[in-house]
Design a protein around this ligand. Structure first.
Ligand SMILES: [Zn+2]
Length: 573
């Protein structure tokens, strides 16, 4: 039968007790000088060596030929304890034996002298789990223990112990093990077991054991079962669901540049690859943190763009902080990760947020202001098409157009259209679907709020362009493409002409601080497509009743009902 590595390589001596040198040394000295206490309290998080130390201590004080306070491990007493063949050393798990009767039985047993060994040793694990009555009964025993009895109480949660018990014991706090300590032990175990362990793999295992040796060795066991005798970094990443660097890099890039579709695509890839949503989030946060800190070191040589970029990262990170608890409670953490990252990315690129960041880049707490501003921008849902200004200027007359007869001929228009990305082909509503992404709709508000500023800018270039363009309404934005809807075909077609398009796109870049294109569509096409997509989504959501789910409700509160789509991945897997 296979024996778990953490059992096989459990430390047998104080000297071998990794990472708790001070405790081990104190205990060894106490045994050596025969000045050990009759009640110990070992506290510390799981896997830090509490019960291991208790067993070593039980052997050491009973050993027939101890060596400098260490158990010899070969005498009759050491062997009896090791094999669990003596009732003089007893381990009790207080998590499952927590009642008053259990402790009474134990107390009665302490009244009898040990049958074979010099000392009776009672190791009570998770002692904080005892009931009130049981704890009181234990306290009585601790107050006047027979001199042949040693109690070793172990707990992961010393705060829950009555102070009266704690004060009767000699207490040792076991520290979490540092990754270095875990790493060298993993190295040793791997060598003895003939496992080839890549340096990157060891590092990952030791970090993800979170300070516990038992977890570290259990992970090594799993990795071996998964990968065989040669374990690479990629194996461990796969095992732990840790995202790969290249994916994190790509994701960070997409978030920083607000490539929302790309964020979604990379996440889907990572999901299919079995990566863990919480680990993706934490790894991403670490990568962002490194970028922000890395940038700060070169602050003197930084230009304005770098400062903006850093504040943008901080804005995103601030939002991501609130995501982790949501992910941990969610049955579909990927959904929350996706919505959360897309939202954070889109909001950090909203002109209002970026604008405020640039203006206040010298002050403290800049990113918080940006977040507040972004939050208020998105409090109300984007409404899309009813933002027309009441002010109305007649568009340029037909005569103005006929001054350029070449442009209106069908053939030349066709050529121009093929060259221009984003020109609307009537009837091809598929092109509109990306704009119906929840975040696109959410995002457009910040453009709508600065629409008059944009029109003024266009007017400064050419008043005719502005007169045509202002007939349209910003309805959605997707990546670098603004969707403008028009109710009259003439207006729509005219703004698409090269001369107008150039001015409009220049003005867009001026006002919003990044290259933007626009697509002009007919209002009726836009509204119809939007209705089709929305009614499709609504029907799905009603069928599975997922709105009942508290997490879905929470998501809806977070971003608004129109923007939450529920995908139950369990049904597919
Ligand atoms: Zn011995």
């Amino acid at each position: 039968m296979y024996r778990a590595l953490y059992l096989t390589y459990r430390p047998q001596t104080f000297a071998d007790l990794a990472g708790q040198t001070h405790i081990a040394e104190t205990l060894r000295h106490a045994v050596k000088t025969k000045k050990f206490a009759h009640a110990y309290l070992f506290s510390g998080s799981r896997g830090t060596g509490k019960t291991t130390a208790a067993r070593i201590l039980a052997k050491a004080i009973n050993c027939l030929s101890p060596l400098e306070g260490e158990p010899c491990l070969s005498c009759e007493h050491c062997q009896l304890i090791e094999q669990g063949e003596t009732l003089d050393v007893l381990e009790l798990d207080a998590a499952s034996n927590r009642g008053i009767e259990d402790i009474r039985t134990l107390r009665d047993a302490t009244l009898l002298r040990p049958s074979k060994l010099p000392y009776k040793v009672y190791i009570i694990d998770e002692v904080h789990m005892l009931t009130q009555e049981a704890a009181n009964a234990l306290l009585k025993t601790l107050e006047e223990p027979p001199d042949y009895v040693v109690f070793i109480l172990a707990t992961t949660d010393p705060q829950k112990l009555p102070a009266t018990i704690v004060s009767r014991t000699q207490r040792f706090d076991f520290k979490r093990l540092l990754p270095d300590v875990i790493q060298s032990r993993l190295q040793m175990v791997a060598e003895k077991e003939g496992i080839k362990l890549e340096a990157g793999a060891i590092r990952l295992l030791s970090v993800h054991a979170e300070g516990g040796m038992r977890d570290a060795l259990a992970l090594l066991d799993q990795a071996r079962a998964f990968a065989g005798e040669t374990i690479t970094k990629a194996h461990v990443e796969q095992l732990l669901g840790i995202p790969q660097d290249v994916h994190i890099e790509a994701l960070l890039q997409a978030i920083e540049t607000a490539k929302l579709q790309e964020i979604s695509r990379i996440l889907q890839e990572m999901y299919a690859d079995g990566r863990d949503a919480v680990r993706i989030l934490t790894t991403l946060m670490q990568a962002m943190r490194e970028r922000v800190l890395g940038q700060k070191e070169h602050e003197q040589t930084q230009d304005r763009f770098d400062a903006t970029r850093r504040e943008r990262l901080l804005t995103i990170m601030t939002q991501m902080l609130t995501l982790e608890p949501l992910l941990r409670r969610s049955y579909d953490p990927f959904l929350f990760l996706e919505v959360g990252l897309i939202k954070a990315s889109a909001e950090s690129h909203a002109p209002s947020a970026t604008g405020s960041t640039i203006k206040q880049a010298d002050g403290d707490g800049v990113h918080l202001k940006a977040v507040e501003k972004a939050a208020s921008t998105f409090q109300t849902k984007a409404s899309g098409s009813n933002q027309k200004t009441s002010e109305s200027i007649e568009p340029p007359s037909e005569r103005t157009l006929s001054a350029h007869p070449g442009e209106t001929s069908p053939s030349s228009r066709k050529t121009t259209r093929r060259e221009q990305k984003g020109v609307w082909q009537s009837g091809s509503t598929d092109k509109l679907i990306p704009f119906l992404d929840e975040v696109s709709l959410l995002h457009i508000q910040s453009y709508q709020s600065r629409w008059s500023e944009l029109l003024n800018r266009i007017k400064a270039y050419d008043i005719r362009t502005e007169a045509w363009f202002k007939q349209g309404t910003p309805a959605a934005v997707h990546e670098d493409m603004l969707l403008i809807v028009f109710s009259k075909a003439l207006h729509r077609e005219t703004v698409e002409k090269e001369e107008h398009r150039i001015r409009i796109e220049q003005a867009l870049a001026d006002v919003f601080g990044r290259p933007l294109k626009f697509m002009a569509v007919m209002e009726e096409d836009w509204l119809r497509t939007r209705e089709e997509v929305r009614s499709g989504k609504k029907a799905e959501a009603m069928v599975d009743g997922s709105h009942e789910d508290p997490l879905v409700r929470e998501a809806i509160e977070l971003v608004g009902e129109a923007y939450v789509e529920v995908i139950d991945r369990r049904k597919k897997g």
